[in-house]
Design a protein. Structure first.
Length: 342
């Protein structure tokens, strides 16, 4: 069935560019808007750079691109290593390209700064998709914190939208807080599960199921009966949770990424979600909240870093910390004194 391209959703606040861009940066903006891959990759590299002058240039370029963002369907995909994420993303990506859509795949992998290389969004894991001209695959940026990785991925997502990608898939591993970060930057967060009984309970314990908008039991081809059992168990578990949206009941699908069985149904469900939440205005409001939360996260982290690098704070902090530990100064008095330097 032919798929309509998602209607552009504009929820990002556009700030007019104060200073004009220099010729090199204007060329990047023009190249991204003309959907050229080289300027796209160069712009992303610029946003990922830790150099202060690059950061300033990247912000200007992003501001110029911002009015052209918001048009993609942003899909988060999570699941433990081995669940079949890359097999699934490749099958889904190729399915979408067949429908005439352009697909970008990004990754949030906080371990990449430790290992030096990304285990997610790796081109060698999605060989067919990475060779397709309608696809763009970008591995996780490396940064020292999850916050840093998430921020850069959010910016990359905007750059990809300005470059006209219709669907942006953000992949993450099913461990830790990276899932919350990805749920916070996508329209729909999909959790891939294995068809065994233990897994769903684990997901509930970690609170992951609360943030999932769609649950997929992959590898259903291995033992279809077990997949159906897992499906009903997860459905029962979901009944016990408070629904996150009044307009959406979280579906549980069974799928075989390897056999490409269920991929069409998956995307139909994503489109149903989009329709339901667009009609109610919830999707636009979700994006507004995500943008504001991003702003506050940036403010918090910038304040923290300015605080820690303040000369007087640096000078007094060790002594005051010791005094707090020794019970000589109350934590609140020490905090007030240090914050007073800001
Ligand atoms: P990831 O670590 O979550 O990205 O998982 P991969 O996509 O690399 O898949 C891990 C292994 O599971 C690979 O050997 C895949 O071929 C296999 N696999 C993925 N999806 C399926 C499926 O639907 N059925 C079966 N039988 N194997 C699958």
């Amino acid at each position: 069935m032919p798929m309509n391209k998602p209607e552009p959703l504009s929820a990002t606040v556009s700030v007019p560019v104060v200073e004009p861009l220099d010729a090199a940066d204007q060329a990047l903006v023009d190249g991204v808007l003309a959907r050229q891959l080289r300027p796209l990759a160069k712009t992303i590299t610029l946003t990922e750079s830790l150099r202060e002058d690059h950061k300033a240039r990247a912000q200007k370029v992003l501001e110029a691109l911002l009015p052209h963002t918001g048009g993609a369907m942003r899909v988060g995909i999570s699941g433990v290593p081995g669940v079949g994420k890359s097999t699934f993303i490749e099958a889904l990506g190729l399915h979408l390209i067949e429908q005439g859509l352009r697909v970008a795949v990004l990754a949030v992998d906080p371990s990449s700064s430790v290992t030096g290389g990304s285990i997610l969004g790796d081109k060698t894991r999605m060989e067919l998709l990475s060779q397709n001209p309608a696809a763009f695959i970008r591995p996780s940026p490396s940064a020292c914190s999850l916050g840093g990785v998430a921020e850069k991925t959010r910016e990359t997502l905007l750059v990809c939208e300005a470059a006209g990608f219709d669907v942006i898939i953000v992949e993450t591993v099913g461990v830790g807080q990276s899932e919350t970060a990805v749920a916070g930057m996508t329209d729909i967060f999909c959790l891939l599960q294995l068809p065994n009984a233990g897994d769903d309970l684990q997901a509930i314990k970690k609170g992951i199921m609360e943030i999932a908008d769609l649950i997929v039991i992959n590898k259903a081809d291995i033992d279809p009966a077990a997949a159906m059992r897992a499906k009903s168990q997860i459905k029962t578990a979901l009944h016990m949770l408070r629904p996150a949206s009044p307009n959406w009941t979280v579906p549980v699908l069974t799928l075989s990424a390897l056999k490409k069985d269920g991929v069409t149904e998956f995307w139909d469900t994503v489109m149903d979600y989009r329709k339901a939440l667009t009609a109610s205005g919830e999707l636009a409001s979700k994006r507004r909240h995500q943008a504001l939360a991003w702003m506050w996260e940036m403010i918090d982290s910038e304040l923290r870093s300015r605080f820690r690098s303040h000369p007087q704070v640096k000078q007094e902090l060790p002594g005051l910390a010791q005094a707090v530990e020794a019970g000589e100064v109350t934590p609140s008095a020490a905090a007030r004194r240090l914050l007073g330097h800001l």
